[in-house]
Design a protein around this ligand. Structure first.
Ligand code: PMP
Length: 364
């Protein structure tokens, strides 16, 4: 069976280079006679892998020296709790401002409600999250401990074109579905977090990038494992880290560096997304669901113009048979969604568009 083009929202495709290296090193990593899965996390070989992973992501994202890079577990969903547990008490009233751009923002605020008094400052729910609300500095509570945004909304396919000006308030970003896909100035953020299973590596490792002055404000009730400070002090080795996902992430970072880094990747991502959006804008059968200005480069939801569920399910079925898998849309949007993360080749998108044109020819 040949490899297919996998348009899953995550876990998603990984670069073939990384998978091939992992396969070649599976039984014997670097003459250790063991696989990375079998190594002590305190061994020289593994510590070198972890250090390389950290220095590569630092280089790729140009992370300033006053930020810690943490490799954690529990996915972005654990970060929904870890963020307020560590940051909401920076202010005695335990206030925090969140922007509601979809399901993941709602899940994030729900956890914060357990530990403090967060509020939504803006929302795009009135139009089923098809845009990013306009934000200005005066909207934020000067007493808020932080402002939380979701830079890319995996389900609804929207993305911030520019970051909000939060003044002195730390900007906290869930970057799970677009980290490393486009350039961000890390110094604009207090904290960035992301689950790995889209643009970093396999599920199981979670990256947190935190400005050092934000460490040490955790609530007394914060479990040891959920205190950023503990992980920062122990260089992400307080307990056994997710060794194998971290190793694959290192291979993915090496691939991205070889390709030219984040800015080169962004150009490719713009080309890929452009191919699909151009087709959708000119199609008589399909259309995108998001306001143009806020379209994601990573997740592209689309529907049939007359919302014909029979045609949509026929499309998904035929696409799957032709080797374009996981195109079914999230239930809250319906229709289809093509997730085209970093590892999706340009060729995969070109072939999908050709397939869609052919389908349109038969069903338009
Ligand atoms: N935030 C965003 C933007 C996501 O896309 C996802 C997962 N798709 C999550 C959070 C939850 O991540 P996890 O499954 O790693 O907890």
């Amino acid at each position: 069976m040949a490899r297919v083009f996998n348009f899953s929202a995550g876990p998603s495709m990984l670069p073939e280079d990384a998978l091939k290296t992992a396969a070649a090193e599976m039984l014997d990593y670097g003459n250790t006679g063991t696989s990375v899965m079998e190594m002590s996390h305190r061994s020289d070989a593994f510590i070198a892998i972890a250090k390389d992973a950290e220095s590569l992501i630092r280089e790729l994202m140009e992370i300033p020296a006053n930020y810690k890079v943490l490799f954690l577990q529990g996915g972005a969903s654990t970060q929904f709790a870890m963020v307020p547990l560590n940051l909401i008490a920076r202010n005695p009233a335990k206030k925090a401002d969140y922007v509601n751009t979809g399901m993941w923002s709602k899940k994030a605020i729900k956890e914060a409600e357990k530990y403090g008094a967060p509020r939504f400052v803006a929302s795009s729910e009135d139009k089923n999250f098809t845009y990013i609300p306009k934000l200005s500095k005066d909207m934020f509570d000067p007493e808020a401990s932080y402002v939380h945004i979701t830079t890319n909304n995996t389900i609804f396919g929207t993305r911030y074109r520019e970051l909000p000006d939060t003044g002195d308030l730390p900007l906290v970003a869930d970057m799970s579905s677009n980290i490393l896909s486009e350039y961000y100035d890390v110094s604009k953020f207090g904290l960035i977090y992301a689950g790995a299973q889209k643009n970093i590596g396999p599920a199981g490792v979670t990256v947190a990038i935190i400005r050092e002055d934000l460490l040490g404000h955790e609530l007394d009730i914060a479990p040891t494992m959920l205190a950023y400070k503990i992980h920062a002090e122990n260089e992400s080795m307080y307990n056994t880290p997710p060794c194998y996902p971290l190793y694959i992430s290192k291979l993915v970072f090496e691939w991205l560096k070889k390709l030219g880094g984040v800015k080169a990747m962004q150009k490719i991502n713009e080309e890929k997304a452009g191919l699909l959006y151009d087709y959708l804008d000119n199609s008589k059968l399909f259309m995108g669901t998001v306001e143009k200005e806020y379209r994601s480069l990573m997740n592209i939801p689309f529907v049939t113009k007359n919302r014909d569920e029979n045609i949509e399910s026929a499309f998904i079925k035929q696409a799957t048979a032709a080797g374009f898998i996981n195109l079914k849309g999230h239930r809250s949007v319906g229709g289809m969604r093509a997730s085209i993360y970093n590892a999706m080749p340009v060729d995969g998108v070109k072939k999908l568009v050709a397939f869609m044109k052919e389908f349109e020819g038969k069903n338009g």
